[in-house]
Design a protein around this ligand. Sequence first.
Ligand SMILES: Cc1cc2nc3c(=O)[nH]c(=O)nc-3n(C[C@H](O)[C@H](O)[C@H](O)COP(=O)(O)OP(=O)(O)OC[C@H]3O[C@@H](n4cnc5c(N)ncnc54)[C@H](O)[C@@H]3O)c2cc1C
Length: 240
Amino acid sequence: MLVRLPTSVSEAQQCLAEGAVPIGGASLVWATWQRDGFPELAVSLRQVPEANVIGHGTLGAAVVLHRIDDTVPEVLRRAAATVGTGAVRRTATVGGNIVGSTLRCLLPAALVLDARATVLEPDGVHEADLAEVVAKRPLLLGIHWQDPLASGYRKLAAEAGGPPPFVVAAAVHADGAGRRLLRVAVRDGYEVLSASTPGDEGTGPALDALERTDIGALHAQDRDAVREVVTDVLHRAAAA
Ligand SMILES: Cc1cc2nc3c(=O)[nH]c(=O)nc-3n(C[C@H](O)[C@H](O)[C@H](O)COP(=O)(O)OP(=O)(O)OC[C@H]3O[C@@H](n4cnc5c(N)ncnc54)[C@H](O)[C@@H]3O)c2cc1C
């Protein structure tokens, strides 16, 4: 297997045109490739500047999870900090998590930020929404978003060998007209659900509105976690 390390988006595009398979930290693919055989050509974005940014409102796909710091909103930082073990976080990348993993702990966080994706396809760079990225698995260059007023994340404890732990992410955003919007996303098993409701009518009405969405059908202990995270985020947004 040859691993290409392009230093620009146009070089990466050329690699895709040659049929290269994306590779992040190889924390997932290595075992699969050892079992099923290695591809002839792989492409890593490790040396592409656009895929390595960590800035206000932007996160590159080649960023290794343990590098994610407090320049990104709390919801994303906490999501990254709770992925696997320290060894996994020192290896796994944002792109490998959002596009390539089945757990995708970063996805609920990115959804409540209303993040958009920048993807590279053989014909060039495009904007895409996260649902499209998950469905079509293009080469992800990075994600970008408008910073929220407040955000939060919680992953419940899970039994070893059981279903994935329940995850809840929430963020309160201000729109240009002075209104506030609360976005909530949860991972229940391998399924990700999201909902939004006005964020400036008080905690009670926001929680009641969420109960009328798919979130209201979750198990009682998961709904308790949603209530705790939402209450905390609305409280902090009110003080912002
Ligand atoms: C012990 C262990 C515990 C874990 N726990 C968690 C957890 O709690 N939560 C969680 O979410 N995940 C967890 N994971 C999964 C972990 O997040 C993944 O290993 C990781 O996200 C894969 O990242 P990677 O960069 O190593 O990807 P790789 O292994 O390099 O690639 C994985 C897949 O993603 C594709 N890919 C990589 N980069 C891109 C890109 N930029 N664009 C498009 N496709 C790309 C590859 O082609 C491949 O199909 C765990 C993994 C391990 C080994």
